[in-house]
Ligand binder design. Structure first.
Ligand code: PMP
Length: 426
C-alpha cells in the first residue's frame, strides 16, 4: 500500500521545541503525555509537541498529521474542536466565567448529571480526576469514621499522596499506610483483608474493569460486580467507582449501570466536557451530608465555561448514542488490526472493552516487538500507545478506520522484514 512510503522523517522542529521545553520545564513534557511515561521508544519516531488539532487528528510542529487513537488520553470524546461544544463554551466565556457568585450553569450541569447518571442523587464539581477520587475517599472516611481504603491490584486513581505507592519520591510511608491492595476478581481475598484489619475499611475504590497498563485488560462481569456490591453492603463499606477513564464511553448512565450495579460514589473527568477542564463526583443521598461536611474547594472549580461545555457535550453524546458508536468502531478497528497482524504472521491480542481497546503483540514475551510496531505506526501517522488502553472519539469515520488499518499493515510488514529470526508464518 501507499502509506509505507510516507514515513515521517521531518521532526526537527518538534525536537527543537522539546529541547526548549527541557530548559524551562522539569522533564520537558511530564507525566502521561511525555516521552518517559508515554514510553516513546525509539524517541525519534514520535511527535513531541503539537501545533493544532481537528476531529480525530493532530499535527506536530513540522506539519505531520496523526490519526489520534489516544484522544489526549480520554478528553477528546467528540472530536477535537467540536463546533457545538466550542460554541457553548465561547458564549459562556463572553457572558461570565470565574465569578464570585458561581453561575447558574453549575446547577444546570448538576441537574443534567443527576438526570443522566443512573445512581446519581447529587453532583459535586472539581477539576481533575485526582480531585474526584480524593473527594470520594474523604467522603467515605467522613461518613464511616473508618480509616482504610481497599484497592484492586494494578490500580491508578490519580496522584494525590493517598493514591500513590510507598516507594514514590516524596511519599511518606504513613500517607499510604491505610491502603489495602487485593487482586481483581477475588472475593475471598477481599473478605480476608477486611477481617485482617478488624473491619476498619471506609471505602473500596475500583475502576469498572481491570484496565491497568502493561497488561492485557480484563473486563468484569455483572456477577462479579453484584458480589462486590453485596460485600460492601454487608459491611458498610462505601463503594467508589473510578469512572475517570471509562466514563461515558461504555454507558451514558455510568459504567456501574453498564455492569448492572449502582456505586455509592462515581468519579467522572475525561469525557465530561470534550477537553474543557472539569471533573465531577456523583453520589447517593446517604452520602450527601458527609460530602457537605468536607473542606474541599478550588479557585477555578465553579467556573462556568466548562459547565456550559459539559452540558453541550453530554447532550451531543446522547444524541449520537456515542457508546454504541464507540463499541462498533472499536470492534471494527481492532478486527482490522488483528487481520493485518495475522496476514504478516503476528499474533495481536486485543483486550478490554472495544471503546478503550488494549493491544499486545504476543509473538514474544517482552514488550520489544510491540513497541517496535507501535513506533512504526506512529512514524506513519497513526498515534497508538504501547502500554496503555486506547480511546475512541465520535468523529472517527470509516475512512479513518481504513487508514488506520492500512498504516498498521505497513508497520507490520516493516517489522516482519526486520525480524527473519521470528520465522513468522503469514
Ligand atoms: N483514575 C483513573 C482511572 C485515571 O485513568 C486517571 C487519569 N489517567 C485518574 C484517575 C486521574 O485523573 P487526573 O489525571 O485527571 O487527575
Amino acid at each position: 500500500s501507499s502509506a509505507a512510503s510516507d514515513v515521517y522523517k521531518r521532526q526537527t522542529k518538534s525536537r527543537a521545541w522539546f529541547d526548549r521545553a527541557l530548559e524551562v520545564i522539569p522533564s520537558g513534557i511530564y507525566g502521561h503525555l511525555g516521552p518517559s511515561e508515554g514510553l516513546f521508544l525509539p524517541l525519534e519516531k514520535w511527535p513531541l509537541l503539537s501545533s493544532k488539532a481537528q476531529g480525530t487528528y493532530f499535527w506536530d510542529m513540522d506539519g505531520n498529521r496523526y490519526l489520534d487513537l489516544m484522544c489526549a488520553y480520554g478528553p477528546n470524546v467528540l472530536g477535537y474542536g467540536d463546533p457545538d461544544v466550542d460554541r457553548a463554551a465561547m458564549e459562556q466565556l463572553m457572558t461570565g466565567n470565574c465569578t464570585t457568585a458561581p453561575s447558574y450553569k453549575m446547577v444546570e450541569c448538576a441537574e443534567l448529571l443527576v438526570d443522566t447518571v443512573a445512581m446519581a442523587d447529587w453532583a459535586f464539581f472539581m477539576k481533575n480526576g485526582t480531585d474526584a477520587t480524593t473527594f470520594s475517599v474523604l467522603t467515605a472516611r467522613a461518613h464511616t469514621g473508618k480509616r482504610k481504603t481497599m484497592f484492586l491490584r494494578g490500580y491508578y486513581h490519580g496522584n494525590d499522596p493517598w493514591a500513590m505507592k510507598a516507594d514514590y519520591p516524596g511519599i511518606l510511608p504513613e500517607e499510604v499506610a491505610h491502603n489495602i491492595v487485593v487482586p481483581w476478581f477475588d472475593l475471598p481475598a477481599m473478605e480476608a483483608a477486611y477481617e485482617a484489619c478488624g473491619g476498619d475499611v471506609a471505602a473500596l475504590i475500583a475502576q469498572p474493569y481491570d484496565h491497568g497498563n502493561f497488561a492485557d485488560n480484563r473486563c468484569a462481569s455483572q456477577e462479579f460486580w453484584a458480589s462486590v456490591r453485596q460485600f460492601c453492603d454487608k459491611r458498610g463499606i462505601v463503594l467508589i467507582l473510578d469512572d475517570v477513564r471509562t466514563g461515558f464511553r461504555l454507558d451514558l448512565q455510568g459504567s456501574d449501570h453498564y455492569y448492572g450495579f449502582q456505586a455509592d460514589l462515581i468519579c467522572f473527568c475525561k469525557a465530561l466536557a470534550n477537553g474543557y477542564n472539569m471533573s465531577a463526583v456523583c453520589g447517593k443521598e446517604h452520602l450527601k451530608a458527609a460530602a457537605s461536611s468536607l473542606s474541599f474547594t478550588g479557585s477555578y472549580w465553579m467556573s462556568a465555561e466548562p459547565f456550559a461545555a459539559c452540558i453541550a457535550c453530554i447532550q451531543k453524546l446522547k444524541a449520537l448514542d456515542a457508546p454504541t458508536l464507540f463499541r462498533r468502531m472499536g470492534q471494527k478497528l481492532t478486527d482490522g488490526f488483528r487481520d493485518a497482524a495475522r496476514a504478516h504472521g503476528f499474533d495481536l491480542v486485543v483486550s478490554g472493552e472495544p471503546a478503550l481497546f488494549y493491544l499486545r503483540i504476543a509473538n514474544d514475551d517482552s514488550l520489544m516487538l510491540h513497541q517496535e510496531w507501535v513506533a512504526e505506526c506512529v512514524s506513519r501517522g497513526l498515534f497508538l500507545a504501547s502500554h496503555h488502553n486506547h480511546f475512541l472519539n465520535a468523529a472517527v469515520t470509516d475512512q479513518d478506520v481504513a487508514l488506520a488499518v492500512d498504516i498498521a499493515d505497513d508497520a507490520f510488514s516493516v517489522v516482519a522484514a526486520r525480524h527473519p529470526e521470528l520465522e513468522l508464518k503469514p
